[in-house]
Ligand binder design. Structure first.
Ligand SMILES: [Zn+2]
Ligand SMILES: [Zn+2]
Length: 189
């Protein structure tokens, strides 16, 4: 089943019982900007629960713990020629979200669980959409190429060198560079 709208976890619900989720998000439900384009559904399942962080006798912080996994197909621009490249992505996550402001003015309370990433939720709720957007972006490869020997774009005229040839290398450089070279010559003399 496709959910056009995203799922929201409320701390008041989680205080009663953990929430299991198993969602398929349609393409477009999450905006990944220019970094990636979702193809088909993004599947995600897992469990949300509250963890009470006891900081003192009267200081209990309700953290949300979201554990789960996602998988989907994405189109990512080639790092050299910008043509879209299909990339399958899947990852597990185990995240802790504190109420926004819970760590304000307490720099000595640094993150103590290195195996768990810490985020923050606002207004007593957290959108699955926001969790998944961040997890997908974090799982993107640092550098995607359409093929190992992608020739990229010509830095002078911008043609895709994989499919077109241009005469830039043999021909004169951009006249603006000539002007700069001439200027440099005049400064030296
Ligand atoms: Zn390329
Ligand atoms: Zn060129």
């Amino acid at each position: 089943m496709l959910y056009p709208l995203n799922m929201e976890f409320f701390i008041s619900d989680l205080e009663r019982e953990p929430v299991e989720f198993d969602q398929e998000l349609a393409s477009g439900a999450i905006d990944f900007g220019d970094l990636a384009e979702q193809e088909g559904v993004l599947a995600s399942s897992g469990r949300a629960e509250v963890i009470h962080e006891h900081r003192g006798p009267k200081d209990v912080v309700p953290d949300m713990r979201i554990r789960g996994r996602f998988s989907g197909r994405f189109r990512v621009p080639c790092a050299r020629c910008v043509e879209p490249v299909e990339v399958p992505l899947a990852a597990d996550f185990d995240l802790i979200f504190r109420p926004l402001g819970a760590d304000a003015g307490a720099p000595e309370r640094s993150i103590t669980a290195p195996e768990t990433e810490i985020g923050y939720y606002q207004n007593d709720s957290l959108l699955l959409e926001d969790v998944l957007r961040e997890q997908v972006l974090l799982s993107l490869p640092a550098r995607t190429l359409c093929k190992p020997d992608c020739k990229g774009l010509c830095p002078r005229c911008g043609v895709n060198r994989n499919s077109q040839t241009c005469t830039c290398e043999e021909g004169p450089a951009d006249p603006r560079w000539d002007a700069l070279a001439g200027l440099r010559g005049r400064i030296k003399s």
